[in-house]
Design a protein around this ligand. Structure first.
Ligand code: ATP
Ligand code: MG
Length: 596
């Protein structure tokens, strides 16, 4: 008897599922891709319990005949490639014939489907990869795939699934990617019976940007087009002030496939030059169209990364194009920004081929011309950034405990070094305080106290600020809203995806016309789905973002305020992330160093 055995299909599929199916979002991604490949124009995704109990993807695509439906469950069964040359030129999102067999091997599935040429449709019931039932069924043309209890037969993996809200977050991100990648498609996302996102296929890019990003963000995208090395790159980049603190809003679509690429993201970032600081991520959507034979899509288990022939040439051209595009902002700082809605072939790229022979798909070719959309380009309000309270009334507003300052000597003896460190003398020598970190510590404790019941104090805004959000941002905003209102903001929902801010916490927090709320959103998206510890994460996010930054000049009062308040905190010497806030330099040490 040989020792080596060929595994039965049921086991082989389960093993393959380990690669393809990581969590409910991977199932949603694969099923969406299949629907897109089947030419669907309308797709509905229904979820229960963040996809853990149920994922149902219904489309109005071509459907499958009974024979095809049965074959689709076999490993390496695909209608998308047929010979070895096809692997070199993949034009569909799927190509391996692995997704469905993998998914159904780790769940209980029901597939119903019908093609135009068949009178009745087919219904398949599959349990853990084993076909249980095949029947006729009536239905419209198209396919529904229903996946229940993912990993029910792999308890070790099911244990690793996260909370409903976390899984939902992953799924939403897949849905937004799909909408950006196939903008003329209509997609509805429902969770536990409620529609939570609905995207009506856009017939022009402005409409797409508005639906996905909301008015404010959509109004800050600049069109860009560049041709390089037989590739055409078209899309939008955000103005520098829209840069975020995570890459959530960076979309790269290569021949219709959403992918990640560090080198492309980096190229765009570099194009902004000194307009962007370290750690900022400009939003962008870039559609790259190139001959499929120049792209290897088969290098990543979930097809999220690709390899592009001579990518560095495209990256360099993109960087130059970004740089030219953002220069147009410099040239005309107040009026007439290039706004979305212009024909991008004619903007920014004098040498671009205006015939747009290779531009991205019919949708964009047809709809870019003749639209004259002028977005609201600058925010409505004149609210300026808050400054520090001067000594006097507003400082007393702060509703704080009596301040003790054990170390600091009397007198206005603060010195600010490089707009970053505060130096002050004490009896034994000097203290060097990191202004940002110190403020972070102060805010962290304040915010936590308020979340736990201490009444915050607020200051009314002279001009309330209205902000509108992308769907993805608004989700996070909605979760944060009650907590913001507990720490001295007064924020209420207004319209579908907007809020009005009437008041903000007293004290020297950064507000920047509300931009700070977008920073909170990025921070919470990265660090805190609602689980235990939400309050701490929220407090840390607020503290980190609202604290005065390095690089801000401070006056004597402001420095005094920070130091006084810092020493009144419970743990003055470390910031919430554990970094030191203050370094003490004693006279003894100085003497020693000078060899006295
Ligand atoms: N929603 C759908 N509508 C019509 N046909 C479908 C649908 N979903 C799957 N199919 C058919 O089933 C086949 C198998 O799907 P599956 O996702 O397993 O493989 P694939 O899409 O070909 O490749 P990949 O594994 O890369 O996704 C597809 O090639 C397609 O012919
Ligand atoms: Mg597929």
């Amino acid at each position: 008897m040989p020792k080596i055995k060929i595994l039965p299909d049921v086991i082989a599929n389960k093993i393959a599922a380990g690669e393809v199916v990581e969590r409910p979002a991977s199932v949603v991604k694969e099923l969406l891709e299949n629907s897109v490949d089947a030419g669907a124009t309308r797709i509905t995704v229904e979820l229960e319990d963040g996809g853990k109990r149920l994922i149902r993807v219904s489309d109005n695509g071509d459907g499958m005949s009974r024979d095809d439906a049965l074959l689709s469950l076999e490993r390496h069964a695909t209608s998308k490639i047929s010979d070895v040359k096809d692997i070199e030129r993949i034009v569909t999102l799927g190509f391996r014939g692995e997704a469905l067999p993998s998914i159904v091997s780790v769940s209980r599935a029901v597939i119903t489907t019908r093609t135009d040429s068949e009178i009745s449709g087919t219904r398949l019931v599959i349990d853990g990869g084993v076909l249980k039932d095949v029947t006729d069924t009536g239905r419209d043309r198209g396919t529904d795939v229903e996946i229940r209890n993912i990993f029910y037969n792999l308890p070790a993996r099911r244990k690793f699934l996260r909370t409903e809200s976390t899984e939902l977050r992953y799924i939403k991100s897949i849905i937004y990617d799909a909408a950006v990648a196939s903008p003329s498609l209509s997609i509805t996302l429902m969770s536990n019976g409620r529609t939570i996102f609905s995207y009506h296929g856009a017939d022009n890019p402005q409409d797409m940007l508005l639906q996905i990003f909301g008015k404010t963000m959509a109004g800050h995208f600049l069109p860009l087009r560049v041709e390089a090395d037989e590739a055409v790159v078209e899309g939008f980049i955000g103005t520098p002030e829209t840069a975020r603190t995570s890459n959530f809003y960076q979309s790269i679509i290569v021949n219709g496939r959403p992918v990640r690429s560090k080198s492309i993201s980096r190229g765009v970032f570099d194009g902004y030059g000194p307009m962007l600081g370290h750690g900022s991520y400009p939003p962008f959507i870039l559609y790259i169209e190139t001959d499929p034979s120049r792209v290897d899509v088969n290098i990543h288990p979930s097809k999220r990364e690709i390899r592009m022939h001579r990518e560095y040439v495209i990256v360099q051209a993109l960087k130059d194009a970004v740089s030219r595009t953002v220069q147009t902002l410099r040239a005309a700082p107040t009026v007439e920004r290039p706004v979305i809605g212009d024909n991008f072939a004619n903007r920014n790229e004098p040498g671009a081929d205006q015939a747009q022979a290779q531009s991205y798909g019919a949708w964009r070719r047809d709809t870019y011309h003749g639209h004259n959309y002028t977005p609201q380009s600058v925010k409505d309000s004149d609210q300026t950034a808050l400054s520090f309270p001067s000594a006097g009334p507003s400082t007393q507003n702060l509703n704080t405990d009596p301040v003790q300052k054990p170390y600091v000597e009397e007198g206005p003896s603060f010195y600010q070094l490089k707009d970053r460190y505060i130096i002050t003398t004490i009896k034994e020598g000097a203290l060097i305080i990191d202004q940002h970190v110190a403020h972070e510590r102060i805010l962290y404790e304040e915010v936590l106290d308020q979340l736990r019941g201490r009444t915050p104090s607020s200051q009314q805004l002279l001009f309330p600020v209205t902000l509108d959000f992308s769907a993805a941002d608004f989700d996070v905003m909605e979760q944060m809203l009650p907590f913001l209102n507990r720490i001295g903001f007064s924020v209420r929902e207004f319209g579908e995806r907007s809020v009005i801010i009437d008041a903000i916490p007293s004290g020297p927090i950064r507000f920047d016309d509300g931009a700070i709320l977008r920073e909170f959103i990025d921070e919470m998206r990265t660090h805190g789905a609602i689980t235990s510890g939400y309050l701490e994460k929220f407090a840390a996010a607020v503290a980190c973002r609202a604290a005065v930054k390095a690089g801000k000049p401070l006056n004597q009062t402001e420095m005094q305020y920070l130091i006084d308040r810092m020493f009144a905190t419970k743990e003055p010497f470390v910031c919430p992330h554990g970094r030191p806030t203050v370094i003490r330099l004693t006279l003894d040490e100085l003497d020693r160093r000078f060899g006295r």
